[in-house]
Design a protein around this ligand. Sequence first.
Ligand code: PLP
Length: 342
Amino acid sequence: MNTGKREIPYPVRLDLARTPTPLEPLSRLSEKFGIDMHVKRDDLTGTDLTGNKIRKLEFLLADGLANRCDTVITCGAAQSNHARATAIAAARLGLGVRLLLRTRDPANPPPIAGNILLDRLVGAEIVWLTFEEYGRRAEMLGAEAESLRNSGKTPYIIPEGGSNAMGAWGYVRAVEELAFDLSILPGAKDHPTTIIHATGSGGTTAGLILGVKLLGLNARVVGINVCNDRNYFLQVVGDICQTAIDTYQLDLAFSRERDIEIVDGYVGSGYGKAGSKELSLIREVARSEGIILDPVYTGKAFYGMSQELERNPEVFGDRIVFIHTGGLFGLFPMAEQMAPLL
Ligand SMILES: *Cc1c(COP(=O)(O)O)cnc(C)c1O
């Protein structure tokens, strides 16, 4: 599927995700907004390994194994999809896993539900952190690694969301799939496309930006942030892209100002909290397209995209690809909140 324009210098990768994932039309919504809308089904990368994190983990865990690790350490929110994907992938590889998860009161951790149920099922050790400790997560991950080394283990640290230069390769590879998907749609081969997705820790956005450049795809990458703000992600995404360019000596022109597009304003009442607007949108998409979005990431990003389109149907051009980055298990702990809408 290489364009032949240039060799992409992929690092070593494990085969953990069910790829390529399908690109499917959103027929009713395309009609509603009068543009061509598709969804890249990265929620279908696996049943338990659903979502975007497994694409990053293919590269990160390959790197961990190359470094002879026997235990993986990572961190995230209590219902982290990344932590769950890491725990399951580690179990599949016969590695130990320790998760540093944040919660309001570590003495009273959240119930075993959703992603936490799966973390527990595959035997992940969970260390509960306060929000204050989580703010110092790099230090906490380092201390955890140190204590594992002291007990004779070889740990491998994966940062929040798997978002670093190594993890970003997962989305370079996704762009390669997308380039093929788009090439077989009717119409001109290089018809401009806007790739829209949820931005949570920045690695997916960074990988998509790098992938579009490496593949020479005629596409604009738009991230809709579900936490923090635009300035935060200009910094984080910019740093991941720049580190990847330097580390892998990528021959491409990158400008933070020109290349990173973050649409802010859809965090709502905070990370992990969904209000009735977002939950209603999840219901609408479920009923009109049979696509199940999650309340933490894809529901918010899709809501943001729809709001922008309602304001100006031309804002993203006439062809959109929404990346469904997964997150299904985050829906179940929200059953009570969702029930009045059903
Ligand atoms: C983590 C996550 C995202 C955000 O991806 P980042 O690379 O962390 O920005 C989007 N959707 C889902 C379902 C996720 O779990």
